[in-house]
Design a protein around this ligand. Structure first.
Ligand code: AMP
Ligand code: MG
Length: 416
């Protein structure tokens, strides 16, 4: 597809083709380490974990009430049993339940071997030691069987799962206190540009604040990544080359922003070519066309564009899947929705475009999306207001209000 916007003479690589090239070039990192369960959130399992015990470990009550044996009673009539004791959660009844007896029991408490039924406390009448059960009391109810959740020896979590809070709860319930996870992906980030200064410093003529380093640090805030922030590098070939080569020695990934285009001070692609290999450096994506991908030795290199919105978009669609692959975690496809677009959108043919939008869901369930404002790749405010991308195919020539469009959520955004 030729980009009509910039009159590219050669076809640009589509986003899908770029992703394929990235996937082919990368292998998951090798090596694992032991972590305590409390430090395992967001880490990628390097071994499958099996239940060392039954879950639940013992038969227990699902209700507060009275436990009895259904063999002792005729359920069609009401009946009375004698209270023989209590089973508390954590303090089981230690006697023997004789015929004609029941015990008081609380949720989670162990059911005595002779009992097979629990009745809710609201359904009985207690008169001292005599407990009266109504006619048609159900047998074999409100009992949680040992192993009904997970049987001892069966699979709890399969590697290479990226562990979430629920997984931690599940592993804890099986008594697992430590586990083996993949080592983190080591990522070096730096921003490039003579114009960049750090927030907190006074703004000097011609300077702008470096937003990309903060944006990238936020995007990389993941327990599976170990990030080294190497700061700002000036637009100086030697400095850039030295920094790339140094960072490549002990990182799996180098991420830079800026200098990836074709301006006179854009050196990233040239230097990557000199000290490594460029796989591709232009993608049919808007925003974000100048994106250099390659390797320096075994370290993978992403030279992202300078404009912050282009950084955000290329990160979500090209870098994040690559990092997932490197981490060894399984890849998953983002949720894609179809919405009615209530705005008219301009678009030139040639590149797949990710416009910022606001997605709402009508009470009828229908999704409606509207533009979140100006779409320049430097306009971070309309990105900050947006909760989704309106994804327009390369061949699309614009959208009329009322047209259906594809919508992807931004990061973990919710719907308004
Ligand atoms: P470049 O790709 O270096 O030509 O940068 C494209 C645009 O992005 C220019 O307007 C830069 O000033 C801007 N830019 C580059 N790096 C950053 C950054 N770290 N934070 C904010 N804007 C940036
Ligand atoms: Mg620059």
């Amino acid at each position: 597809m030729i980009d009509l916007c910039s009159r590219e003479s050669k076809p640009l690589l589509s986003v899908d083709a770029a992703l394929e090239r990235i996937k082919t070039a990368l292998q998951p990192v090798e090596g694992s380490e032991k972590v305590d369960l409390k430090n395992a959130l967001g880490r990628v399992l390097s071994e499958s974990l099996y239940a060392p015990v039954n879950l639940p470990p013992e038969r227990n009550a699902a209700m507060d009430g009275y436990a009895f044996s259904s063999r002792d009673v005729n359920h069609e009539q009401d009946f009375s049993l004698t209270l023989a004791g209590t089973s508390w959660a954590g303090r089981p009844f230690d006697g023997l339940l004789e015929p004609g007896q029941c015990i008081r029991i609380f949720t989670g408490a162990v059911i005595p071997e002779q009992a097979d039924s629990v009745v809710m406390q609201e359904h009985v009448q207690a008169d001292g030691q005599a407990i009266r059960f109504p006619a048609n009391t159900s047998a074999r109810q409100h009992i949680r069987e040992a192993g009904e959740d997970v049987k001892q020896g069966s699979l709890l979590c399969a590697h290479p799962k990226k562990l979430n809070a629920i997984d931690l709860g599940l592993l804890a319930s099986a008594g697992i206190a430590g586990l083996s996870v993949k080592r983190p992906v080591k990522i070096a980030i730096f921003t490039t540009g003579d114009e960049l200064i750090a927030p907190g410093q006074p703004l000097a003529p011609g300077k702008i604040y470096d937003s990309n380093r903060y944006l990238l640090s936020g995007l990389l805030n993941d327990a599976g990544y170990s990030v080294t922030d190497l700061g700002v590098i000036a637009d100086n070939k030697q400095l850039l080359e030295d920094s790339f080569l140094e960072a490549a020695k002990n990182h799996d990934v180098i991420l830079t922003t800026g200098g990836a285009s074709v301006g006179d001070a854009d050196y990233v692609k040239e230097i990557l070519d000199r000290c490594g290999e460029v796989d591709f450096w232009k993608v049919a994506i808007k925003p974000g066309k100048p994106l250099a991908f390659g390797k320096i030795g075994s370290c993978c290199f992403f030279g992202l564009p300078g404009n912050p919105v282009a950084v955000m978009v290329t990160f979500q669609y090209l870098v994040a899947p690559a990092l997932t692959q490197l981490s060894g975690a399984p890849s998953s496809k983002p949720l894609q929705l179809t919405a009615i677009c209530s705005s008219t959108l301009k678009k030139a043919q040639g590149r797949q475009e990710f416009q910022r939008g606001n997605l709402i869901q009508e009470p009828s369930g229908e999704f409606i999306v509207s533009t979140s404002g100006k779409q320049g790749s430097n306009i971070l405010s309309s990105m900050s207001r947006a909760n989704c991308y309106i994804v327009l195919p390369a061949e699309c020539k614009g959208v009329q209000a009322g047209d259906k469009v594809r919508v992807d959520l931004i990061g973990n955004a919710g719907i308004i």
